[in-house]
Ligand binder design. Structure first.
Ligand code: ARE
Ligand code: CA
Length: 575
C-alpha cells in the first residue's frame, strides 16, 4: 500500500455532520492502490460495545487519488471510528488518530467525532441548488424609465463602453423583463449593487439604506421582488461590505474630524489627516481611494452591517446576498452575518465572491455558495481557449470537488463569465459553438448554472468595461438559436433531477472527448461532448435502451455511438 496516499482528518470535507444522527466520512487513498476500505465505528463512550463495520463506497477521484465515502448513523450521536484498508495484494492496514498500523488499534487511539451538534448541521438551500442564476448589471440590462436616467446617458447599445459611462438601465427595466427571464428558465436573479453610489457599477456605496435614484425607488424594488416571486424567481442583492464608498457617512466624518471622529475604528487609518492622494488608509486593491476598507472586527461596524442585512431581508423580502470581495473579510464577521441572515430568513442564501478556492469560507457556517471562478477557468481553457485536454480538465474539476463538502459543492455558482471578466464567447474568438458545448457541460455538471446577462443571445465583450455592454433587445440582433439552446438546457435540468443531485462519474476523458454520467438512484443520464473540430467521438455504448433527450429518439445500446466534431448528445437510460 502507498501509505503516502492515505489521508483523513475528522473535519470538513473529510468528516461532518449531515443531520442529528448521521456522520459523513471520506478517506483518500493512492489511485488504484486499495482493494477496499471498511470503517469500524461505535458510540465513543461505550468502551465495551463491539464496533459495527461497514464497507465504504469508492467514488471517482482525481488522477492520483481515489476516495471512499460513507454515511454512518449512530443514534447516540457520538462517534469513534477507524479504517481498515486492504491493498491489492491482500495486506491489511489500520488507520486511526495515530497513523497507519498493521494491527487493529486499541479503542482509545481511534478517530473521534465527539458529537453531532444540532447547531453544526448544514442545510442545503434547495431552491438555489435546483435553480438557474442570472446576473444583471442594472445600468446595462434594460431601461424601464427614462425619467430617472442620470445626466448625459449614452445611447442604448453604443458599442464602445467607458469606465464612467451611464446607459440608464434600472429596476423598472428588470421588472419589465421578468417574463423574458422566466422563459429562459431563470429562477434566481442576482444584481450587482443597487444601493446609492455615484459610479455606474455602484461598488463604492454612499448609503446602504437607499436605492440609487438612477435605478429607481424602494417602491420599485418592492414591486420587482413581488413580481419575481410571483413567477417563482428569487432575488439576490450584492452586499459590498469589504469597503464602503468614501462618501459614506462614517468615512466622511473621519475626513472632517480626523482622529476625533467616533468612527475612526470603522476603517484602517494609518495617520491623520486623511490624505486621498497618498492613501494613508487601507483601501480595496491597495489603490482605490474611493473604496476605504471597513474594519469588520470592530463591534459597531459589525452591528451596523448586520442591521443593514436585516433591513433588506425583512422589509423587502430579498432572498439573499452575494458578498463582494468576501475572501478579504474577517471570518468572525462572516459567521455573524450568516447567522443573522438565517435568523431573519432561514431560506435565504449567502454567496461569497471568491475568485479562488476559498475553502476556509465553505465549512457550512459562513457561506452557502461561492461564485465558482475555478470552474470558469477550467471551462474556459478547455472549451474556449482549447489549451487543455479533457484529462486535465476533469482533473482540475475533481481536485476542486474533493476539496469541498459535497452539499456545498452542489451549490457552487458555475459561471462562464461575469462583469469582471471578458465574455466567454469573446474569449472563444466569437465561436458560438464553443459556448454551446460549454453550456451543455455547465448545465449537466455538479453545481448551479449561472448566466451573465446577454450571454444567452450572443452578447460579446472583452475585459471590464467592455464586458458591460448594453443588453440586446432588438430581436433581429439577438441570437435566437442560442436563446433556445439555453432554454432547452434549463428544461432538461428541471426534468432530470440527476443533473442536480446525481453523482458525477467520468466515463471517458481523452484528448478533446468527454463522456460522463449523472446518476441518482434509478435515474441515469449520459452526456457525450465532442470538443474536437476534426475527429469523430466513437464510444462503445453499454447495453440498454436509451432516449436521446434532444429529439426523443430511442437508441439501443451495445453498439458504437458516433458523435460528430463539435457536437454533443445527452442520453437518458430507459432501462
Ligand atoms: C474599474 C476598472 C479599473 C479602473 C477602475 C477605476 O476595472 O481598471 O482602474 O474601474 O475607474 C468595481 C468595479 C470595477 C472597478 C473597481 C475599482 O466593478 O469596474 O474597476 O470597482 O473601482 C479582485 C478581487 C475581487 C474583485 C476584482 C475586481 O478579489 O473581489 O478584483 N471583484 C469585486 C467586484 C468588482 C468590483 C469590486 C470587487 C470592488 O466583482 O466588480 O469592482 O468593489 C485575479 C486575482 C483576484 C482579482 C482578479 C481581478 O484573479 O487573483 O483576486 O479579483 O484577478 O483583478
Ligand atoms: Ca432609467
Amino acid at each position: 500500500m502507498i501509505k503516502a496516499g492515505i489521508y483523513h482528518t475528522p473535519d470538513v470535507p473529510y468528516a461532518y455532520a449531515i443531520d442529528e444522527n448521521t456522520l459523513y466520512l471520506k478517506i483518500q487513498a493512492a489511485k488504484e492502490d486499495i482493494k477496499n476500505v471498511t470503517v469500524y465505528y461505535k458510540d465513543r463512550h461505550q468502551y465495551e460495545k463491539p464496533f459495527q463495520q461497514v464497507l465504504m463506497n469508492r467514488i471517482q477521484g482525481s488522477e492520483i487519488f481515489d476516495y471512499y465515502e460513507v454515511e454512518l448513523v449512530n443514534v447516540d450521536k457520538k462517534f469513534r471510528y477507524f479504517f481498515e484498508l486492504i491493498d491489492k495484494e491482500g495486506n491489511f492496514f489500520y488507520y486511526n488518530e495515530r497513523g497507519i498500523m498493521n494491527e487493529r488499534p486499541d479503542v482509545p487511539q481511534t478517530f473521534q467525532f465527539p458529537y453531532l451538534c444540532p447547531g453544526d448541521f448544514y442545510q442545503q438551500v434547495e431552491w438555489a441548488k435546483d435553480g438557474v442564476m442570472y446576473q444583471i448589471f442594472p445600468d446595462r440590462f434594460c431601461n424601464g424609465n427614462h425619467n430617472n436616467d442620470p445626466e448625459g446617458v449614452k445611447p442604448w447599445g453604443e458599442r464602445v463602453v467607458g469606465n464612467h459611462d451611464f446607459f440608464g438601465g434600472d429596476l423598472k427595466g428588470i421588472t419589465k423583463q421578468l417574463d423574458y427571464l422566466k422563459e429562459l428558465g431563470v429562477t434566481i436573479i442576482y444584481t450587482t449593487p443597487i444601493f446609492q453610489s455615484c459610479s455606474n457599477h455602484k461598488y463604492n456605496t454612499k448609503d446602504y439604506y437607499e436605492i440609487d435614484p438612477q435605478f429607481g425607488t424602494k417602491e420599485e424594488l418592492r414591486e420587482l421582488i413581488e413580481e419575481a416571486h410571483k413567477r417563482g424567481i428569487r432575488f439576490v442583492l450584492d452586499g459590498v461590505f469589504n469597503h464602503s464608498g468614501d462618501d459614506f457617512f462614517a468615512f466622511k466624518d473621519i475626513m472632517n474630524k480626523g482622529e476625533k471622529s467616533v468612527y475612526r475604528d470603522w476603517y484602517y487609518i494609518e495617520s491623520y489627516p486623511i490624505n486621498q492622494r497618498e492613501l494613508n488608509y487601507v483601501t480595496f486593491y491597495d489603490r482605490y481611494g474611493n473604496m476605504p476598507k471597513l474594519n469588520m472586527s470592530n463591534t459597531d461596524t459589525v452591528q451596523y452591517f448586520l442591521d443593514v442585512a436585516s433591513y433588506w431581508l425583512r422589509e423587502f423580502h430579498i432572498d439573499g446576498f452575494r458578498l463582494d470581495v468576501c475572501d478579504e473579510i474577517d471570518h468572525g464577521f462572516l459567521k455573524k452575518f450568516y447567522e443573522r441572515v438565517k435568523k431573519v430568513n432561514p431560506e435565504a442564501i449567502v454567496i461569497g465572491e471568491i475568485m479562488h478556492m476559498g475553502n476556509s469560507f465553505c465549512r457550512g457556517d459562513e457561506l452557502d455558495s461561492t461564485m465558482n471562478y475555478p470552474f470558469r477557468e477550467s471551462v474556459l481553457e478547455f472549451f474556449a481557449l482549447r489549451k487543455m485536454s479533457a484529462e486535465n480538465f476533469i482533473e482540475t474539476l475533481a481536485i476542486r470537488q474533493h476539496s469541498l463538502r459535497k452539499d456545498l459543492h452542489k451549490q457552487m455558482l458555475n459561471l462562464l463569465d461575469s462583469h469582471d471578466t471578458a465574455r466567454f464567447v469573446t474569449d472563444a474568438s466569437g465561436q458560438k459553438r464553443r459556448l454551446e458545448l460549454a453550456t451543455v457541460f455547465q448545465y449537466t455538471y455538479l453545481g448551479i448554472p449561472y448566466i451573465y446577462y446577454g450571454d444567452e443571445v450572443g452578447l460579446e465583450g472583452g475585459n471590464d468595461p467592455d464586458c458591460r455592454r448594453c443588453m440586446i433587445w432588438d430581436k433581429e440582433e439577438q441570437d435566437t438559436n442560442l436563446f433556445e439552446h439555453f432554454k432547452w438546457l434549463a428544461s432538461i435540468r428541471r426534468e432530470h433531477k440527476e443533473f442536480v443531485d446525481g453523482e458525477f462519474n467520468t466515463l471517458l476523458a481523452k484528448q478533446q472527448f468527454l463522456v460522463y454520467e449523472r446518476v441518482l438512484k434509478q435515474e441515469k443520464s449520459i452526456v457525450f461532448l465532442n470538443n474536437s473540430e476534426e475527429e469523430k467521438l466513437i464510444y462503445q455504448l453499454e447495453e440498454g435502451t436509451y432516449c436521446n433527450i434532444r429529439n426523443g429518439e430511442v437508441i439501443e445500446g451495445g453498439r458504437e455511438l458516433v458523435v460528430e466534431p463539435m457536437d454533443f448528445m445527452v442520453l437518458y437510460a430507459l432501462k
